[in-house]
Ligand binder design. Structure first.
Ligand code: AMP
Length: 214
């Protein structure tokens, strides 16, 4: 299975991709995760990306496209992949088309995560992540037994810098301006599959599995 997860930040793309990765052995390629890892380890890419990420804006297309060109060559992609957070602009989508064509690969579908705006704001501003094991919580929807402490490993919960409310609002504006045009792009190619992402996670996963015939 080779699919793109498209939708606003906070729609649950990363969470559902992690479930499907575990279930079907697909590569879960999150450009946001790759960039954050580079920021953490202080690479040149991380230094370039950080200022865009902290403001809620997008990292330039040429940087992202070069990064994905390499990532898609890695062996784990051979058994299928989920692209989470890429492409995010029309030039990125066009570059991806060329990359996949060069690799003789076709996409099975583009899953559009549809979700009300206010729910996204609540999910993102309430999101907390364990700094040790990466488990994701939410102060409103999935809190920990002891506030600020991971139930699974006892690690300390942290908030992503870009989950602060003002940055979340900016990220949603950027989504509407630069990423939402991809809905039409993939609809015209007959690739778009709409999924109601405002439901519980396991129902969203089941809808995706059904849509792509897993
Ligand atoms: P995410 O975790 O997908 O919400 O990504 C976090 C941040 O990383 C975004 O707000 C962007 O600054 C940057 N980013 C992730 N993916 C892309 C992409 N495909 N194009 C440009 N910037 C990206």
């Amino acid at each position: 299975m080779r699919v793109i997860f498209l939708g606003p930040p906070g729609a649950g793309k990363g969470t559902q991709a992690a479930v499907l990765k575990g279930r079907y052995g697909l590569a879960h390629i999150s450009t946001g995760d790759i960039l954050r890892e580079n920021v953490r380890s202080g690479t040149a890419l991380g230094k370039t990306a950080k200022k865009y990420m902290d403001s809620g804006g997008l990292v330039p297309d040429d940087v992202i496209i070069a990064m994905m060109r390499e990532r898609l060559q890695e062996p784990d992609c051979r058994s299928g992949f989920i692209l989470d957070g890429f492409p995010r602009t029309v030039p990125q989508a066009e570059a991806l088309d060329r990359l996949l064509e060069g690799m003789d690969i076709t996409l099975d579908g583009v899953i559009l995560f549809e979700i009300p705006r206010q729910l996204v704001i609540d999910r993102l501003t309430g999101r907390r992540i364990c700094g040790s094991c990466g488990e994701i919580y939410n102060v409103s929807f999935k809190s920990t037994k002891v506030p600020g402490v991971c139930d699974r490993c006892g690690g300390e919960l942290v908030q992503r810098d870009d989950d602060r409310e003002e940055v979340v609002i900016r990220r949603l504006e950027v989504y509407e301006e630069q990423t939402a045009p991809l809905v039409r792009y993939y609809e015209e190619k007959g690739r778009l599959i709409r999924v109601d992402a405002g439901r519980e996670g396991d129902r969203v996963v089941a809808a995706i599995e059904k849509a792509v015939g897993l």
